[in-house]
Design a protein around this ligand. Structure first.
Ligand code: ZN
Ligand code: ZN
Length: 445
């Protein structure tokens, strides 16, 4: 062993021991959040608990970033890369879950509570002068609101009142400049594989969201349908049009389009005149997202045209496609081998779901790892955390070790990752692209 690698090995031991000493506190907090789920931009209690833990660890958190975000920076005092370790604050809403909040239906069925746990575990491990003196650069611990793209009406209200511009937490963090000086981002998500594994993800679909309203004319549905214009029929035809476009979607684009009808009519004896739909259009690249969107809009107009109805299409940016940094994944793998062994290694294949970690991956090298200590279908009533030690403590150590690998030895490896990364977007370009997705169209033939 060289002197440098010997030094970093002993620093890792110090970090791991510090995390182990706080195991009970860390798991208690992750369980407390699990038991008190709060959906996006409403995570006030979760944020308060997170900030309290940061203060007890000697950090000085800033609160109220993008409504509920909490941010604390740890600086070595020497120049070098700036790494963000992120944890998501928000829950989902699945009232059927055994721990769902009786009033709001909120439940942590994506396991974001363990992310706050493993982010804080990494903070515990790195907040030590004996470790910081061996590193260059800085680390910011970010508790970020609202990853799940839900409660759109509530969030549009926040947008209309000027509290947010974009509907997710990381998008708002980027808009507010919180990631302006960040070079690399890391996050560890829960995964219901039940395996003792920490596997980085490779890529995710991005998405666009649409709210659609078909406008017809009401009339007696039995006595005088010839005097009406049936908006439900227009919506039906539009959905057929979308379905018939599926043969044009290429396998590699991984297109997923899933519309729902949120209002199908008002009274069965009256021709539906006001029918609303919501849908996500997901794809593996921005180009494929836009291509599929064009076809969806054609189908929506065609449905309206055939029936003689009108259609209003309101489009919002969803998330950018995720593409995680493989060089970063490989450095993380080294920590996984040190902590668990080769059996814990692997990669999550491309996922057709979407996350705003994709937006982060569009502007800097990013990693999203998956900790296997959960069971049941994600986003369902069956989801449970099964291995708190893996998801909080071991995952936290892996994040801390990865930071140490990137920032030790004059941060050589961190600097290399940054130098070699080709960002799909600058921050300004990303924000412009996001704003370009926002469209409103009123079509009436
Ligand atoms: Zn989720
Ligand atoms: Zn999630």
């Amino acid at each position: 062993m060289t002197d440098a690698s010997h030094e970093i090995a002993s620093a890792k031991l110090i970090a791991a021991t510090a995390i182990e000493e706080r195991t009970d506190d860390l798991i208690r907090l992750a369980k407390d959040i699990w038991n008190h789920p709060e959906p996006g931009f409403r995570e006030h209690r979760t944020a308060k608990k997170t900030a309290e833990f940061m203060r007890a660890t000697g950090l000085e958190p800033r609160e109220g970033v993008a409504i509920t975000g909490v941010v604390a920076r740890l600086d070595t005092g020497r120049p070098g890369p700036h790494i963000a370790i992120m944890g998501e604050l928000d829950s989902l809403i699945v009232p059927e879950h055994r721990l769902a909040d009786p009033e709001t239906g909120a439940a942590h069925v994506c396991g974001h509570n363990i992310q706050i746990g493993n982010m804080l575990a990494a903070a515990v491990g790195l907040s030590n002068p004996a470790i910081l003196e061996k590193l260059n650069g800085s680390v910011t611990f970010m508790a970020v609101p609202a990853e799940e793209y839900i409660e759109i009406e509530y969030r549009e209200g926040l947008r209309d009142s000027g509290d947010i511009e974009f509907l997710s937490g990381k998008q708002e963090f980027i808009r507010l400049g919180e990631l302006d000086n960040v070079d690399i981002s890391l996050l560890t998500h829960a995964e219901p594989s039940g395996e003792t594994a920490l596997r980085p993800g490779t890529s995710h679909n991005g998405m666009i969201a649409k709210n659609v309203r078909f406008l017809g004319r009401s009339a007696h549905a039995g006595g005088a349908p010839h005097l009406g214009v049936n908006a439900l029929n227009a919506a039906n035809l539009a959905m057929q049009g979308i379905a018939l476009q599926r043969e044009t979607f290429r396998e590699e684009d991984r297109i997923r389009i899933h519309p729902i009808i949120t209002r199908g009519g008002d009274a069965v004896s009256s021709v539906p005149a006001n029918v609303t739909m919501e849908m996500f259009i997901r794809a593996a690249s921005v180009k494929a997202m836009k291509d599929a969107e064009t076809k969806v809009d054609q189908a929506l107009r065609a449905g309206a045209m055939a029936i003689g109805a009108g259609v209003e299409i309101s489009t919002s940016p969803g998330y950018m496609p995720s593409k995680f940094c493989e060089e970063l994944n490989k450095i993380y793998d080294e920590s996984v081998v040190e902590l668990i062994g080769e059996s814990a290694l692997g990669r999550m294949p491309h996922r057709t779901s979407s996350t705003d970690m994709g937006d982060v991956s569009a502007i800097m090298p990013a990693m999203q790892s998956y900790a296997g200590g959960a069971s049941g279908r994600t986003h369902s009533n069956e989801f449970e955390i099964t291995d708190w030690d893996l998801d909080v403590v071991v995952a936290g150590k892996a994040l801390a070790f990865t930071v140490m690998s990137l920032l030790s030895d004059d941060a050589k490896r961190g600097r290399k990752i940054i130098a070699e990364f080709e960002a799909p977007f600058t921050i300004a370009g990303y924000l412009a692209a996001l704003r370009e997705f926002r469209q409103r169209e009123s079509w009436s033939g």
